[in-house]
Ligand binder design. Structure first.
Ligand code: ADP
Ligand code: MG
Length: 709
């Protein structure tokens, strides 16, 4: 048993070294076990054979014709076209009519192997062209051939597996994979794939054995078998994911003690009663309490603070830093861009000034004597707060006693950078990471590993919701009127262009052209432009002009996306809005609506839009709630696209479960993992041995889940 699952694929009949290599490079399938965990994405019912005359009556979910099985003969085989359109065509006929068959690849091999004297069973998805049905790259097999057998039973439901062009060239199609799977189960005979979960757990969570789940998901006797099998396999994936994350977190918590900030001191109190210019929202108060609890717990805080743009995360960060200073520690806050760091510095130093707390800014442009002085004061402890970019991570930035590190806009920083902050003190400081990308709580706990999650789900009072409109670029006069009116009222305007790496030159040309058109349209207004290709110094200069209200319109790429605060700006016009994702549109929109006055977001696109794009625009127009938008975003794009998560490899590794669709299973799996860790902390209970062993094996695989925390 053991040796069969671990056997390399090339030793299965019909595979050999070449196909094994292809399967390894295309699908990451190396062993028999990998093969069993490569799941079909749908099934074909082979119990029914249709006739050509029935095709017009059949309807698939997508409005076309579904995959069908036909039985008939092949005639009129011919090669057509040249170059790219070179193809093999044939006619497939039964007693009721004909369909055209087309191949674009493997032509000579297929041509040789097609037989005109035999009955074929054909599988494929017909498409209607010029009143005739045609099927591209059908699957064919001789009608008298035997069908797949498992344990003496012939199968009616056939699994369909993803294949790639390269696989097809080597005749590795879905059918081929199916045959391999059948062969594996044949070789297993009465042996069973060992389970990874105890009987008790399976009973408690209503899970069928792993062996049965695998067999049923690949080779179901009927469709009723599939859901239970899929459930077990999804649970399996999500459970081990949670177990891995949580057990890593527990290990770490056992290893590091957290600094205890036991007193709410003078600075905190004075700030709260004398400096803070507004009442905290209830959400801010709740989050402050959650942070306070962490800081006295004796464990190192690792907390993610989610809050929509404008929800007031900065003041929470500041108060957390004050707690550190009150208890004799230093604090730092790291931002992803220079502009943002400067802004934090401006805001925070203004609020700290009445308290007499020392604060400095450290970025890549701070050099020479100034830099030396900052580093010395950090080392001696004279400097209490430092605001900066990733320049803070450099090795020569040494603190006397860093107690708390805050990271703004988490998704711009990788895990590695976070762990560098950990090492800035002999005992790691408390860490608070802030993000404006809201995702559902359980998902956040998974994506960001072992971070605890706090949410500010409320905006400060008195904000007017931003009005969002979608206009077509052919009708820009609406936008022009709006710009005129707002500027006349003393407000400022952002005009943003997408910048996508692959077509950077073209995008920049768009921006330049847009800029000069605006200059033509508004010769009397002061217009500036900003993009990533400019020197940092020039960028900062333009931004400063805009902050100082010396520009009316700022034409820019998304360099302004993150965190910039210009309360006087009241219009955000996004050109080619269709090229931005929902999360990014929402972030951009958050740049306006920061004052008490009405603000506008104008989405400009072409008339012609794909359905999902149109849907994105509709969502933006209909809501300003970041959580609703995040959920829609996940629905439209899938969780693999959440910023900052791709590199974790987390989602690439899920083969069956989907973190959004299967959120309910994710929650159950998390509970189960917590229960297991609590009930068997020593990992000594014999019933759980297979589970712990499997966890260890997973850790040895290249994607190390624990590393994402
Ligand atoms: P973000 O969460 O996007 O970082 P900020 O911290 O920049 O938001 O806050 C946005 C604006 O709201 C700032 O001008 C800030 O001073 C203000 N603000 C924050 N909290 C409150 C509050 N409780 N009442 C009124 N204004 C607030
Ligand atoms: Mg912010």
């Amino acid at each position: 048993m053991y040796h069969l699952l671990d056997q390399r694929l090339q030793y299965l009949p019909g595979v050999g070294p070449n196909r094994a290599l292809t399967l390894a490079s295309e699908l990451d399938i190396h062993t028999v076990k990998d093969l069993l965990f490569h799941f079909p994405y749908r099934y074909i019912d082979r119990s029914t054979i249709y006739t050509v005359s029935q095709l017009p009556e059949l309807r698939a979910e997508d409005g076309g014709v579904p995959y069908v099985q036909l039985k008939g003969r092949i005639s009129d085989v011919s090669e057509e076209g040249v170059g790219r359109s070179h193809r093999l065509e044939a006619l497939f006929s039964d007693d009721t009519g004909s369909v055209r068959l087309v191949w674009f690849a493997g032509i000579s091999y297929i041509k040789k192997s097609l037989r005109k004297d035999a009955d074929y069973l054909l599988l494929g998805k017909p498409a209607l062209f010029n009143l005739t049905y045609s099927i591209t790259h059908p699957e064919l097999e001789l009608a008298n051939g035997q069908s797949s057998m498992v344990n003496g039973q012939s199968l009616r439901m056939h699994p369909v597996y993803h294949t790639t062009e390269r696989m097809k060239r080597q005749n590795i199609n879905s059918r081929f994979i199916e045959k391999l799977v059948v062969e594996v189960f044949r070789q297993l005979g009465t042996e069973r794939v060992a389970d990874t979960l105890s009987d008790e757990m399976r009973l408690q969570y209503n899970l069928i054995p792993l062996h049965d789940a695998l067999r049923r998901v690949h080779l179901p006797a009927n469709m009723q078998e599939v859901p239970m099998a899929q459930y077990r396999l999804k649970f399996e994936e999500l459970f081990f994911l949670q177990l891995s994350i949580l057990s890593f977190a527990r290990k770490r918590n056992g290893k590091y003690r957290g600094f205890i900030f036991s007193k709410v001191g003078e600075l905190f109190r004075r700030f709260y009663s004398e400096v803070l210019p507004f009442q905290l929202t209830d959400a801010q108060k709740r989050v402050m309490q959650e942070i306070r609890n962490d800081l006295v717990s004796g464990q190192q805080m690792n907390r993610l603070l989610q809050g929509d743009v404008g929800s007031g995360k900065t003041v929470v960060a500041l108060m957390t830093m004050l707690l550190a200073i009150d208890n004799g520690f230093q604090a730092c806050i790291m931002a992803p861009t220079e502009i943002l760091a400067e802004q934090h510095y401006a805001t925070i130093s203004r609020m700290l000034a009445p308290l007499g707390v020392t604060i400095e800014l450290l970025t890549g442009v701070v050099k020479g004597k100034r830099r030396t002085k900052i580093l010395t004061d950090l080392g001696s402890g004279d400097l209490k707060v430092i605001v900066g970019t990733h320049a803070l991570l450099e090795d020569n930035v040494q603190f006397r006693n860093l107690g708390c590190a805050i990271i703004d806009e988490q998704h711009r920083f990788g895990v590695e950078q976070r762990s560098k902050l950990w090492r800035k003190n002999t005992n790691p400081p408390h860490i608070l990471v802030m993000t404006a990308t809201p995702i559902p709580r359980t998902l956040a706990m998974t994506v960001y590993g072992d971070l605890d999650v706090s949410i500010i789900d409320q905006l400060p009072p008195g904000r007017k919701p931003i009005k969002t409109v979608h206009i077509y670029e052919q009708r820009q006069e609406h936008l022009e009127q709006l710009i005129r009116r707002e500027v006349a009222d003393g407000h400022q305007v952002y005009v943003v262009y997408p910048l996508i790496k692959e077509s950077e030159k073209m995008d920049l040309r768009d921006l330049e052209q847009g800029f000069s058109e605006l200059c033509d349209t508004f010769p009397d207004l002061r217009i500036g432009k900003l993009h990533g290709k400019m020197r940092d110094q020039d960028k900062n200069e333009i931004m400063q002009l805009f902050l100082d209200r010396k520009l009316d319109i700022l034409v820019s790429t998304t360099v302004i996306e993150v965190g910039v605060d210009v309360p006087n700006a009241s219009v955000m016009a996004i050109i080619n809005a269709d090229r931005f994702g929902l999360a990014q549109l929402h972030q951009l929109r958050g740049r306006v609506g920061r004052g008490a006055e009405q603000s506008w977001c104008v989405l400009v696109t072409d008339y012609k839009l794909a359905d999902t794009t149109r849907k994105r625009m509709e969502i933006m127009v209909s809501t300003t709630d970041g959580f609703v938008i995040a959920e829609e975003d996940l629905r439209l794009r899938g969780p693999g696209d959440i910023e900052g998560t791709q590199q974790s490899g987390l989602f690439l590794n899920l083969k069956m479960a989907n973190l959004v669709r299967d959120n309910a299973i994710l929650e159950t799996a998390r509970e189960a993992a917590i229960h297991l860790l609590d009930s068997d902390p020593e990992r000594s209970h014999p019933d759980n041995a297979p589970t712990w062993q499997h966890l260890t094996q997973l850790r040895d695989t290249p994607v190390d889940w624990s590393s994402i925390s």
